[in-house]
Write a protein that binds this ligand. Structure first.
Ligand code: ITT
Length: 192
């Protein structure tokens, strides 16, 4: 089976390729010659995932999926949430986004947070969605060089290291993306 992953984020592509079994070939946008930007103007993570997958499907009519991810921080009322990519502005800088979060969380005792991913799959023209969540806490300072995005400031529940410090193999077993992808894989197995 071949699926195009509608993402312009190379880290997401790498993670998903490491999670998905060999029988499912995941193709990136550059491999099909798509160089544009996918729209993500909805006000929910699920809405954005669906919008990105539909945008690609409308142009190419191929089996494809997109995903949208947000970091939801309890003490910030669920922010940055759907605005995670541009939290500190249109430059989409992970450093600036993390700094803004840390600034807003200074002195805050309640540090509960979660990553939420929704995958939107279009297979044979039909839409299916899969959600994955990992609970955790926001650290006081960034830790580790691994992962991407907000990983250095997020420590998953049950671990004493951030996603930036944990090996990729662990993140790819327990993360929001791993959990949403596991549901996608189960679904694909049930229909094949
Ligand atoms: P596409 O929309 O092209 O897939 P994107 O980077 O714009 O790529 P999102 O809109 O889903 O993706 O990004 C949400 C933000 O959350 C963005 O700043 C990412 O860096 C960050 N993010 C996504 N997945 C993450 C992860 O696993 N760990 C840490 N941060 C993550």
């Amino acid at each position: 089976m071949k699926l195009v992953f509608a993402t312009s984020n190379p880290h997401k592509l790498e993670e998903i390729r490491n999670i998905i079994p060999e029988g499912i070939e995941v193709t990136g946008l550059s491999e099909i010659g798509f160089a544009g930007e996918l729209p993500e103007t909805q006000d929910t993570i699920k809405g954005n995932a669906i919008q990105k997958a539909e945008a690609l499907f409308e142009s190419y009519r191929i089996d494809c999926f997109a995903e949208d991810t947000g970091l939801e921080i309890d003490a910030l009322g669920g922010a940055p949430g759907v605005h995670s990519a541009r939290y500190a502005g249109n430059a989409r800088s992970s450093q600036a986004n993390m700094q803004k979060v840390l600034e807003e969380m200074k002195g805050t005792v309640n540090r509960g947070a979660r990553f939420r991913t929704v995958i939107a799959l279009i297979l044979d023209g039909q839409m299916h969605t899969f959600e994955g969540i990992v609970e955790g806490t926001i650290l006081e300072d960034p830790k580790g060089e691994g992962g991407f995005g907000y990983d250095p400031v997020f420590q998953p529940e049950g671990y004493d290291r951030s996603f930036g410090e944990l090996p990729a193999e662990i993140k790819n077993k327990i993360s929001h993306r791993a959990r949403a992808t596991a549901k996608l894989i189960s679904f694909l197995e049930t229909i094949s």
